[in-house]
Design a protein around this ligand. Structure first.
Ligand code: AMP
Length: 419
């Protein structure tokens, strides 16, 4: 019986990893020029980290985490997101001592046992940033516009950035009470899941995808009316900065986001070009999180974005075409030996992307391979050529050929490889 990968977890094959690597490289340089340093944390953390950070009543913690008891009795979990591990590491390594503002980014795997569908996997990759140290709206504007600029720079179309503010925990609590009051007259129309949330976490009802509930919510009080004067001014200032930066946004008073740790600014970036799972990126402020995890009261803001959805938005379903600089055709023992040597020199001395056939295929088949790989040049070494101690270099675009001494063939290429 064949053994298959686990449901919702996928292999990335070479024709996909090439795209991924390019995008990852772009992200590394993008974050670096913004002054963000890369952090890599373990895939597994103590379960209580996520319980404490994400919230006991959230879907992630109640239904989606891969958690188990380790052999020594520790409760551990495959990370469902990377903010909690990043903040844990920030505190553990006293990073605030190095800098007043700590700017971190990550690219790594996350695991959630959700129902798999297009754009929703059980193992997926996230990239994101955490800017820890500043409570000021300019920090919000920087993080939000950075996130937006990534997608714009990569040419993703039909982007929508929505922002909101959920205020401090005190404002959230006041609003929760009012929201419950409003929803109580619709209690028999709420879905089972919303009924549960009504008790435990009423703000989450605003995240509903249920059409009837969306209608009910349209009439609900707005969280923006429950912010303090300072909180509202903070939000207005974020908007003014975004206006100045030319980052277009819509305010969505229903955007509370799934995780409990958000305070103040929340935002999400969507596109309609990747199907129903349209959220590319989500983020917001979490001013209490560092303290909640045992650190000092240091404010922070960040975002997390799905790599798979970004790759999907960039490339659709099309596969990257392979391209090589040189293909060396060979026939017979001596020719193969020379071809191996030429390939080695071209690769190691010039970094040229070169291939040869290793299955002793016919010349015709080798030429087909060269064409399929879009080789710029082919080198032909048959028995005649070996006897004359030469190889033939053919320029595939012009068709021009020249005969070159075998041991100098590699000197005829000065192609800067693009890989
Ligand atoms: P969240 O931490 O839920 O706000 O997710 C942040 C981003 O990660 C989302 O906007 C998606 O792009 C991506 N994402 C979240 N869950 C999944 C999943 N199960 N499969 C693929 N991407 C996901």
């Amino acid at each position: 019986m064949k053994i298959q990968s686990i449901k919702g977890m996928y292999d990335l094959l070479p024709n996909q990893t090439k795209n991924w690597r390019q995008i990852e490289n772009i992200l590394h340089s993008f974050f670096s020029v913004h002054g963000y340093g890369e952090i890599r944390t373990p895939n597994i953390e103590q379960t209580k980290l996520f319980k404490r950070v994400i919230g006991d009543e959230t879907d992630i913690v109640t239904k989606e985490m891969y958690s188990w008891e380790d052999r020594n009795g520790d409760n551990i979990t495959l990370r469902p997101e990377l903010t909690a591990p990043t903040v844990r590491a920030f505190i553990e390594h006293n990073l605030e001592k190095l800098n007043k503002n700590t700017k971190l980014y990550y690219i790594g795997s996350a695991f959630r046992r959700e129902r798999p569908q297009k754009g929703r996997q059980r193992q997926f990759s996230q990239f994101g940033v955490e800017a820890i140290g500043s409570e000021f709206p300019e920090q919000d504007a920087e993080v939000i516009s950075m996130a937006y600029n990534i997608y714009e720079m990569l040419g993703i179309e039909n982007l929508e950035l929505v922002i909101n503010s959920v205020g401090s925990n005190a404002s959230k609590a006041k609003y929760s009470k009012e929201l419950k009051k409003y929803l109580s007259s619709y209690s028999n129309k709420l879905s089972d899941i919303s009924k549960k949330r009504y008790q435990n976490n009423p703000l989450r009802i605003l995240d509903t995808k249920d059409k009837d509930e969306i209608k009910i919510i349209e009439g609900a009080p707005s969280i923006l009316d429950f912010l303090s004067k300072e909180e509202l001014e903070h939000f207005n200032q974020v908007k003014r900065y975004l206006d100045k930066l030319g980052t277009p946004y819509n305010v969505d008073k229903g955007l509370v986001r799934g995780l409990d740790y958000y305070t103040m600014t929340t935002f999400e970036i969507r596109t309609d070009s990747i199907g129903s799972q349209d959220a590319l990126c989500g983020g917001g402020r979490y001013n209490n999180l560092v303290e909640q995890l045992g650190g000092k009261p240091i404010p922070a803001i960040g975002f997390a974005a799905g790599m798979e959805r970004l790759v999907m938005a960039i490339s659709g379903d099309e596969e990257a075409e392979e391209k090589v600089d040189v293909f060396v055709l060979s026939m017979g023992d001596l020719a193969i030996m020379n071809a191996l040597k030429i390939c080695d020199k071209l690769r190691s001395q010039l970094g040229i992307n070169v291939r040869m056939d290793l299955s002793r295929s016919s010349f015709k088949s080798q030429m087909r391979q060269a064409n399929k790989l879009n080789a710029d040049y082919v080198v032909i070494i048959g028995e005649d050529e070996v006897n004359k101690n030469i190889g033939i270099i053919k320029d595939m675009s012009s068709g021009n050929q020249s005969e070159v001494a075998l041991d100098t063939i590699h000197k005829n290429f000065d192609i800067a490889s693009d890989e």
